[in-house]
Design a protein around this ligand. Sequence first.
Ligand SMILES: C[S@@+](CC[C@H](N)C(=O)[O-])C[C@H]1O[C@@H](n2cnc3c(N)ncnc32)[C@H](O)[C@@H]1O
Length: 191
Amino acid sequence: MKAYYDTRAPEYDDWWLAEGLHAPAPADWKEERDELIGFLRALPPKRTLDVACGTGFLTRHLQGDVVGLDQSPRMLELAGRYVDVVRGDGVALPFEDDAFERVFTSHFYGHLEEDERARFLAEAERVSVELVVVDAALHGGVERAEWQERELKDGSRWQVYKRFFTPDGLLAELGGGETLFAGRWFVAVRA
Ligand SMILES: C[S@@+](CC[C@H](N)C(=O)[O-])C[C@H]1O[C@@H](n2cnc3c(N)ncnc32)[C@H](O)[C@@H]1O
């Protein structure tokens, strides 16, 4: 997953924008994306660590003192336009205990396999009392975890592990909390 995302960095926002290989936008995509952004902008400002911030597409809308962490140098170059960035491993965070008031993460948790999930959750709990997770919504009703074959503009092909969530299913894994956003494409919960 690491090399894939570093290679994908320059074309990553095409996914959020439904451009390039991701055009045309699926039904309601842009409306729901903008609704999600509006919702994130309205969260109370906090000292926040965005784990696996990518290009900073969502990071830039978080209010407060925000730091973006990612493993990919090319992603961080882009996210660095908006916030302070740190290169590091999202499952071994290079920060002291309680260094933040909120850990935020978007479309990262759903790419983690079981052992990494446990490590991420333990690390998030160590550095912050609050965890906000945004991820892909499950549509169709059946729990889904799959290896997807993905292609980039240069024709390269990659295998990527990905899961889809109901808000309740995600909250159950995180040990409880509240649903912040429940859409066709995105879910957001606070643990
Ligand atoms: C699907 S992208 C999500 C980016 C951003 N959060 C968003 O929602 O647009 C996944 C991100 O996770 C990063 N990543 C993957 N494994 C990582 C790890 N172990 N530690 C830190 N970042 C990682 C990738 O570089 C990529 O930027």
